[in-house]
Ligand binder design. Structure first.
Ligand code: CA
Length: 317
């Protein structure tokens, strides 16, 4: 069993990955931590509680950061054109408040205490900005040696970005935090646009799952429609399933091809938020990638098999 803490900003693709983590028989979802990004922290936390309630998820929800780790960064407007005004694709019937308790600890302390209580066993699946993880490392650097793995959705290496020509949204949203996470002495697996942008689910594939699935899968189909409409510039009547690719990696790493090396994040300037790997074995003059832990970066994916595994897992009621 993989004990997973899911750090998330729901978020349409976040919702699908949450249901995958909840339903996969080899995953024990032991916590959900929220982060701002696709919407405000109030909205993403409300959405996490809403999905927990609707889908009978036992894991506690802890509320995370609402500003970047360097608070002098200016916040941009929420991407309502991607995830809707309510963060769930303008799905109707999401109450303003959910009558469920939130864990009393901030997300980064929930992460620290849960990792310390389960040394060597916890996989962090982080599919939003990396702020909570960076805060946890700053407060308790020793957790890096106690975490089993960190699997993130974010970044891009040999393909363009999605919020600038060189940057992906989760990393661009807090580059300093991402650089802290990438360079810490723990095992990071980076599932970025190189693989997520080519893993697309069509509207008809989603609809067919909804017809065969239970209420949760039907809700996923409903809340995905606005997101699919947004993607019409890039995907033929479908959507990139970004966050689910990271969730799939936890149980099926053999569906990915990877390279290893030190990873840095550009902080500031025109390449703000760009992720750059120094591949292991390549020689360069001394520089900013020296002495870093060797992380794992996905460069290839068997998309059809990933979609099949998502489908099979979501349909396990
Ligand atoms: Ca996300």
């Amino acid at each position: 069993m993989h004990k997973v803490i899911y750090d998330t900003d729901p978020g349409v693709d976040d919702a699908m990955a949450l249901l995958f983590l909840h339903r996969h028989p080899e995953i024990d979802l032991i916590g959900i931590t929220t982060i701002f990004g696709n919407a405000s922290i109030e909205t993403t936390t409300r959405n996490a509680l809403f999905l927990k309630q609707e889908w009978n998820i036992a894991a506690p929800v802890a509320k995370g950061a609402n500003v970047t780790i360097d608070p002098s960064r200016h916040e941009r407007p929420w991407p309502t054109f991607v995830h809707g005004d309510n963060g769930l694709g303008n799905m109707p019937g999401v109450p303003d408040k959910i009558d469920l308790p939130v864990d009393p600890r901030p997300a980064h302390r929930f992460i620290i205490e849960t990792v310390r209580a389960n040394p060597g066993e916890v996989t962090l699946v982080a599919v939003g900005r990396m702020t909570n993880l960076a805060l946890a490392l700053q407060e308790d650097p020793e957790i890096a040696g106690l975490v089993k793995a960190v699997v993130i959705m974010g970044g891009n290496f040999y393909v363009p970005g999605n919020v600038s020509p060189v940057a992906e949204a989760n990393i661009h949203g807090d580059p300093e935090a991402a650089d802290i996470v990438m360079t810490a002495p723990w095992k990071v697996v980076v599932i970025g646009l190189d693989v997520t942008a080519i893993t697309t689910m069509s509207r008809s594939y989603m609809r067919d799952m909804a017809e065969k699935g239970d209420k949760a899968v039907k809700q996923l189909d409903e809340l995905s429609q606005f997101y699919i409409d947004f993607y019409k510039h890039a995907v033929e009547d479908g959507m990139m399933v970004h966050d689910s690719c990271a969730a799939v990696y936890v149980v099926a790493p053999e569906l990915f091809t990877t390279i290893t090396g030190g990873v840095r994040v550009v902080c500031g300037g025109i390449a703000d938020g760009q992720t750059v790997i120094k591949p292991d074995g390549r020689r360069f003059p001394p520089g900013d990638w020296d002495g870093l832990p060797s992380q794992i970066v996905a460069t290839g994916i068997e998309s059809d098999k990933v979609l099949s595994l998502i489908r099979e897992t979501l349909l396990r009621a």
